[in-house]
Design a binder for this molecule. Structure first.
Ligand SMILES: Nc1nc2c(ncn2[C@@H]2O[C@H](COP(=O)(O)OP(=O)(O)O)[C@@H](O)[C@H]2O)c(=O)[nH]1
Ligand SMILES: [Mg+2]
Length: 278
């Protein structure tokens, strides 16, 4: 490599339960949303292009950390190459439109065009099977056959502004979309909690708490694992030696009897507390 390696300003290492990348025209409030929900130092300005690189921050849905990544704007349906890679790597996209903008439909269409131009198809289901079915369907259409299903939410920001609610209704009349939608205000905070709950759902993960024998569960920092993970998967997450030597486990919470003994093959559910026995 030598000394010439270029630092990719859009490539953010993933953190938390999953990576959510924001996408939208200038001034729609991308930086304001990341600023409202995380401790990240974002640049918020009334003029466009205040954001030059990817800026990550950690938001929380309840006790689950969710990584939000602020991005430079999409202009006329175009973005720089590095940004496209960041969108493809993202677990979920937040497509932002501005309820005070005259060109709100344009903002939506340009985001859609950008994704389509780069073989991404936004979907609002966390279910990999439905994404798969969608792929099969589109195999019939050679042009779209390679499109990558990309989980996404369409977020209409600035709901607090005068006329915003009417503009939202008008948008819904003009645009028919299968995407999940959420109207929010980065300024007043309205809808932000619900948006994070949407994101948690789309990330398709569960949180589980580790517990040592004779000690209370560690409720401070849950593990997040893909939906469908087993006790063995969790053990692997803790340490490969723990997984190799795993004998049984006890589980609290969720659909099991408290303290129920299970094997490594047991499928965990959200908010389980797990005591691994090696
Ligand atoms: N009224 C209102 N203004 C907002 C809201 N979110 C952002 N803004 C304003 O919109 C402008 C652009 O915001 P910014 O976050 O920099 O947008 P970005 O270019 O998409 O990152 C700034 O003047 C913000 O104060 C909101 O929810 N309500
Ligand atoms: Mg910005």
């Amino acid at each position: 490599m030598g000394g010439g390696a270029v630092h990719d300003v859009y490539n953010v290492p993933k953190g938390g339960a999953g990576q959510v990348v924001l996408l939208g025209a200038p001034n729609v409030g991308k930086s304001s949303i990341v600023g409202a929900l995380t401790a990240a130092k974002v640049d918020i300005a009334e003029f466009p292009f205040s954001t030059h690189a990817a800026v990550p921050g950690m938001a929380h849905h309840e006790d689950v950390p969710v990584q939000l990544v602020d991005m430079p704007p999409v202009m006329d349906g175009h973005a720089q190459g590095g940004m496209i890679n960041a969108l493809r790597r993202a677990d979920v996209l937040l497509i932002i439109i501005d309820l005070t903008a005259i060109e709100i439909v344009d903002q939506y269409e340009q985001a859609m065009k950008l994704l389509a131009d780069h073989q991404m198809k936004p979907v609002s289901s966390a279910d990999p099977q439905s994404e798969h079915d969608e792929m099969e369907e589109r195999d019939l259409d050679a042009i779209e056959a390679t499109a990558l299903p990309k989980r996404a939410i369409l977020v209409a920001n600035k709901l607090d502004a005068p006329g915003a609610k009417e503009n939202y209704d008008t948008f819904l009349e003009l645009v028919s979309t299968d995407l999940r939608m959420r109207a929010i205000s980065a300024t007043s905070g309205e809808g932000l909690k619900e948006m994070l709950a949407d994101l948690f759902e789309l990330l398709n993960v569960i949180r589980v708490y580790a517990k040592k024998p004779g000690k209370p569960a560690d409720k401070e920092s849950p593990f997040t694992l893909p939906v469908g993970s087993t006790v063995f998967d969790m053990a692997l997450h803790v340490h490969k030696d723990v997984a190799e030597n795993l004998k049984t486990a006890r589980i609290w919470g969720g659909t099991v009897h408290d303290g129920q003994q299970v094997t490594g093959a047991h499928v965990l559910t959200d908010k389980n507390t797990v005591e691994l026995h090696v």
